[in-house]
Design a protein around this ligand. Structure first.
Ligand code: UDP
Length: 321
């Protein structure tokens, strides 16, 4: 039985990945220090013989005695509210925690898979964002805590590949949503869903014309599994390329939920990217992966897909209430 270490196992993406890896027949050591992750996300695995939870801070040496085949580094606060609450921990979880995870992979000659982010592109001047784009990041702005930490650990990962011949994959994850997202982490979908479900005002930042492209968690996990099985070592975007404005999201949610909420406009946070949409050409070419589930705020999308999207919203709401 092949064995996997995954850091950030109790987080939103980490815990969904753990479920999938166990279903694929792996033994999983899940590491988390629970500063932003939650045991609720993995409690269903308490009596699973193929899962071992280790409460550990990855900035300290990761001591696993077993022989490991894959190391996934997914530990980090990831929402703007979380990383602004834990700025130094975020920088350290990526830089020092990432280095420790790379060391564990090297010791075991295991494949290393890094969770990177669309934030490496900053407030992008190129649209959509291709992997070859170097980005537009303010190195000392409020978002630099996360952006620069991920840029550093991407560089470290490639260095382990080039200098130590370690097998690596780097997934640049774009906005993702789905069950186990925290209701209060400040991200736009859970925030708006909670507000609309309780008839409170939806708090749009800026004028709401900024865009994002939202990927459903199952699509993301499929992409990561395909990447894990590929020989490609350089960053690959995984996300959804159905670009929507924040205003469109707000009005769609009000209508789907038959809510009496109104929209109010607040100041746009510093360095908040105005546009974001992945160029998925490389994911299609290298992994033959494309997203299948659409959030569908646009009329032209098929009825069937629309039903799926609404169902996904409800899953989130169910989790939230
Ligand atoms: N946003 C908003 N209202 C909120 C929360 C977020 O208008 O209550 C905006 C935010 O300013 C950004 C977009 O929604 O332009 C997506 O924000 P999120 O925090 O979900 O993710 P990120 O900015 O990291 O893509």
């Amino acid at each position: 039985m092949k064995k996997i270490v995954i850091t950030g196992a109790a987080g939103f993406i980490g815990s969904n990945l753990v479920d999938r890896l166990i279903n694929e027949g792996f033994f999983v050591y899940g590491i988390d220090n629970l500063i932003t992750g939650s045991l609720d996300n993995i409690s269903h695995l308490n009596s699973n013989n193929n899962f071992d939870f280790i409460n550990h801070d990855v900035t300290k040496y990761i001591d696993i005695k077993d022989k490991i085949d894959y190391v996934f580094h997914f530990a980090s606060p990831a929402s703007p509210i979380d990383y602004l609450k834990y700025p130094i921990q975020t920088l350290k979880a990526n830089a020092i925690g990432g280095h420790n995870a790379l060391g564990l992979a090297k010791k075991n000659n295991a494949k290393f898979i890094l969770a990177s982010t669309s934030e490496v592109y900053g407030d992008p001047l190129e649209h959509p964002q291709k992997e070859s784009y170097f980005g537009n990041v303010n190195p000392i702005g409020p978002r630099s805590i996360y952006d620069e930490a991920k840029r550093f650990i991407e560089s470290m990962t490639i260095s382990y590949h080039v200098y130590h011949k370690l097998r690596v994959s780097i997934v640049r994850i774009f906005n993702t949503y789905g069950p186990r997202m925290k209701i209060d982490d400040g991200r736009v979908l859970p925030t708006f869903i909670k507000q609309a479900a309780s008839n409170k005002n939806l708090t749009v930042n800026g004028d709401g014309t900024q865009t994002r492209s939202f990927c459903y968690i199952d699509d993301l996990v499929n992409g990561i599994i395909q990447l894990m099985n590929s020989e490609y070592s350089y960053p690959i975007n995984i996300g959804n390329d159905d670009e929507v404005t924040i205003n469109e999201i707000a009005s769609t949610l009000i209508s789907i939920l038959n809510s009496e909420s109104k929209i109010i406009y607040n100041e746009l946070p510093e360095d908040d990217p105005l546009k974001r949409k992945p160029d998925l050409t490389l994911a299609k070419k290298i992994l033959n992966w494309t997203p299948k589930i659409y959030i569908c705020v646009k009329r032209k999308i098929w009825r069937k897909k629309k039903r799926i999207a609404i169902f996904n919203f409800y899953l989130l709401i169910k989790k939230i209430n």
